[in-house]
Design a protein around this ligand. Structure first.
Ligand code: C2O
Length: 369
C-alpha cells in the first residue's frame, strides 16, 4: 500500500504548470520522529457540516475566530494556516518518497491526485484541519462549512468568503468570478459530448447555467460514476516490480468528480495569470490551492459527493475492498501536534468520524440529461 516514507524525509516539492515543472517550493512540515497510529474518536453525537451559503452570523463569528487563531500561530507550528496549506503541496507535488517497494522495484515519489487516493486523502486532510480549528476555539463540536456548488443557490462563491475584510478572503482569486457569478461545472472534458445532446455552453443565461451544471452533476455522479474506478479513480499501488506496470504509476487517472466538477471549481476560483499569480494561484494550481480558505469548503463538498455516491442505487456503487487501497496511509499533525498515521480504511464512514452534512436538496438527482 501507498504511503509517505517519513524516514527518508521530505524534499522540495515541484510546482507544475499543466504538465511542466516550473519551480521548486518548500512544502515540508516541521520535523518529527514519533508517529502514532490514528484512532477513531469516541463519537457521542454527530456534528453536521453546514452549507456555507446558509450559515448564520453566530456561526460565521466562530468560524472566523478559529481561522484568525490558526493564522496567528507561528509559521513553524504544524497547525498554522501556512503549514496546513503546505500539506496539500507536499502530498500533491512530490515532496515525499513512497515507502520503499518490497522488491527492488523502481523508486517512486508520492502524488495523491488523479487516482483512487483522491477522496480518502482529502477527507483526512479536512478532518484534521477541522479538529485543529475546533481546538483553537475550545469547541470540540466545531464543524467546517461546505460549498454547495451542486445546487442552484450554492453555485456562486459563498458570500462569507468574498468579503475582503474577512479572514476567509484570499486576494489571489479571479475577480470576474465573484458572487453573484455562477460557477461553470464543465471543465471542458464533457463539452463535446454534451453538445451532441443539445446542451450548449457558451454565454449561458443564469437558468441555462444552472441546468447545465445539474446535468453535469447527474452525469458525474450517476451515469458515468457507476463503478468504483470510474468514480474514485484508477488503482495506484506501491511496490510494483516494473515501472511499466500501469497500477504503480503516479496519477493513473482520476474519477468523474475529481476530473469534472472538482477541477472546474479550482479553475473558476484561481486568479487569471498575472505577475502575482503566474500559475493561476491560489486555487488554480495544486501547489498553492491550500492557501485559499475556500479550498476547504470546496473539498468539503467533494467529500460530501463521495458520501452521497455510496447511497445511490447500483450494486457496483461501493468503495474498493482492495487491501492496497484500504491500507494506504498518510501522516498528519493533529490538534495536539502529534504526528498521526491515518489509514484509508479508517476513513470510509463519516459517522464513525463523528460528522455528517447538513441535509439540503439534491436537485441534480432529477436532472437526467
Ligand atoms: Cu488536492 Cu482539489 O485538490
Amino acid at each position: 500500500p501507498i504511503g509517505p516514507d517519513w524516514r527518508r524525509g521530505c524534499t522540495d516539492a515541484t510546482a507544475m504548470d499543466d504538465d511542466h515543472p516550473v519551480k521548486s517550493v518548500q512544502c515540508c512540515p516541521p520535523e518529527h520522529t514519533k508517529i502514532i497510529d490514528f484512532e477513531l474518536p469516541r463519537v457521542q453525537k454527530i456534528r453536521h457540516r453546514p452549507a456555507a451559503h446558509l450559515v448564520d452570523c453566530n456561526y460565521v463569528y466562530k468560524f472566523e475566530l478559529a481561522m484568525e487563531r490558526m493564522k496567528a500561530l507561528p509559521d513553524d507550528d504544524p497547525r498554522s494556516f501556512k503549514q496546513q496549506a503546505k500539506i496539500h503541496c507536499a502530498y500533491c507535488n512530490e515532496a515525499y518518497f513512497q515507502t520503499r517497494p518490497p522488491r527492488d522495484g523502481p523508486d517512486q515519489k508520492l502524488r495523491i491526485h488523479f487516482s483512487w487516493l483522491f477522496f480518502p486523502f482529502h477527507r483526512m486532510y479536512l478532518y484534521f484541519y477541522e479538529r485543529i480549528l475546533g481546538d483553537l476555539i475550545g469547541d470540540p463540536d466545531f464543524v467546517m462549512p461546505f460549498w454547495n456548488w451542486d445546487s442552484p443557490c450554492g453555485m456562486a462563491m459563498p458570500e462569507i468568503y468574498a468579503d475582503p475584510c474577512s479572514v476567509l478572503y484570499d486576494k489571489l482569486r479571479n475577480d470576474d468570478h465573484r458572487p453573484p457569478n455562477l460557477v461553470d461545472l464543465n471543465d471542458g472534458l464533457d463539452a463535446n459530448e454534451l453538445k451532441k445532446q443539445g446542451i450548449i455552453f457558451d454565454n449561458l443565461s443564469k437558468t441555462d447555467q444552472i441546468r447545465s451544471n445539474l446535468c453535469l452533476m447527474y452525469r458525474q455522479m450517476v451515469s458515468n460514476g457507476n463503478k468504483p474506478t470510474s468514480f474514485h479513480g484508477k488503482k495506484y499501488r506501491a511496490g510494483c516490480r516494473s515501472a511499466l506496470d500501469d497500477e504503480c504509476k503516479p496519477e493513473p487517472g482520476g474519477g468523474t468528480i475529481e476530473n469534472g466538477a472538482h477541477i472546474a471549481v479550482h479553475k473558476f476560483v484561481g486568479s487569471k495569470r498575472s505577475p502575482d499569480s503566474p500559475y493561476n494561484e491560489d486555487m488554480g494550481n495544486f501547489y498553492s490551492a491550500g492557501r485559499d480558505p475556500l479550498f476547504y469548503a470546496h473539498h468539503a463538498n467533494v467529500d460530501r459527493m463521495w458520501n452521497i455516491w455510496r447511497t445511490l442505487p447500483g450494486k457496483d456503487r461501493r468503495d474498493f475492498r482492495d487491501r492496497d487501497w484500504l491500507n494506504s496511509s498518510f501522516l498528519f499533525y493533529d490538534e495536539k501536534k502529534n504526528l498521526v498515521r491515518a489509514k484509508v480504511r479508517q476513513f470510509l464512514d463519516i459517522e464513525k468520524l463523528g460528522y455528517d452534512y447538513q441535509k439540503v436538496d439534491i436537485p441534480w438527482l432529477e436532472s437526467k440529461p
